[in-house]
Design a protein. Structure first.
Length: 231
C-alpha cells in the first residue's frame, strides 16, 4: 500500500442524510417543497427575501436539532488520530462535522452565519433571520444567510485546489457528482497523482473517475474505512 501523508476528504448531503437532514432529491423534504430558483439563487432572494428567510430558518432549526452520526464521528477521529494531514471539505451547511469535533472547510457556507449583502460582513446568525435584520458593521438591511447559492462562487477554492494538488489520497463521501466545481475535485486529485476513493450509497455521476468505490450507508462504510487508514 502506498504511503499516505496528506488526505483530502469531500463530504456531501449523503453523509448527513442519516442524521435526518434531507438532500435535494428527498421526496417530501424541505427542498421538494420549493423550487431551487426561488430559494437558492441571488435572483430568488431579490424577488422575495421573506420567502428565502423562511426556508433557511426552517433549515437552520432542523440542523440545530440534528446530531452527528457514526460517519461524522469517524471523520473527527481520523482528523484527531491520523499521523499526517487531513483536510475535510464539505458542501454541507449544517455544522454536523463541528458538532462531532472535526474542523471542516465549508465551501458552500454555513447556516449558522449571516452575510451582509451590502458590505460582505459576516456574523453569527440568530435562530431566525428576517428582511428587517441589519448588519452590525454598516447598519444596512438586506442580511442574508451566509450560504453559497447557485450561480455564486464557492468559498476557499484556492486553498482547496492547493490541497488537492499535493494530497496522496482523495475521498468523496455522500456526494452526487453533479454539482461543480466539487464534482471535478477527483480529476484534480488524479492529475496530481493521488489515489481516489468514493464512499456512497450508490454510484454517483463521477463514480467512473475514482480508483475505488465503496457502496453502502455512510454510517457503516466510513467508520470501517477510517479504521483501515488508522491501522
Amino acid at each position: 500500500m502506498r504511503q499516505v501523508d496528506r488526505i483530502v476528504i469531500l463530504t456531501g448531503a449523503g453523509i448527513s442524510a442519516e442524521s435526518g437532514l434531507g438532500t435535494f432529491r428527498d421526496e417530501g423534504g424541505l427542498w421538494a417543497q420549493h423550487r431551487i430558483e426561488d430559494v437558492a439563487t441571488p435572483e430568488g432572494f431579490a424577488r422575495d427575501p421573506a420567502r428565502v428567510h423562511r426556508f433557511y430558518n426552517a433549515r437552520r432549526e432542523q440542523a440545530a436539532k440534528a446530531t452527528p452520526n457514526p460517519a461524522h464521528d469517524a471523520l473527527a477521529r481520523l482528523q484527531a488520530d491520523f499521523r499526517g494531514e487531513v483536510m475535510l471539505v464539505t458542501q454541507n451547511v449544517d455544522g454536523l462535522h463541528e458538532k462531532a469535533g472535526a474542523t471542516a472547510v465549508h465551501m458552500h457556507g454555513e447556516l449558522s452565519r449571516a452575510l451582509c449583502a451590502a458590505c460582505a460582513h459576516r456574523w453569527d446568525a440568530p435562530s431566525e433571520m428576517s428582511v428587517t435584520d441589519t448588519c452590525p458593521k454598516c447598519g444596512m438591511t438586506g442580511a442574508r444567510p451566509d450560504v453559497v447559492w447557485f450561480g455564486e462562487m464557492p468559498y476557499h477554492m484556492e486553498r482547496i485546489l492547493d490541497a488537492l494538488q499535493t494530497c496522496d489520497l482523495f475521498a468523496a463521501i455522500g456526494t452526487s457528482g453533479q454539482v461543480y466545481p466539487a464534482a471535478g475535485f477527483v480529476e484534480e486529485a488524479r492529475l496530481a497523482g493521488a489515489a481516489t476513493v468514493e464512499l456512497n450509497l450508490a454510484d454517483s455521476d463521477m463514480t467512473h473517475a475514482f480508483d475505488d468505490h465503496v457502496a453502502g450507508p455512510a454510517s457503516r462504510t466510513v467508520p470501517l474505512w477510517v479504521d483501515r487508514l488508522l491501522a
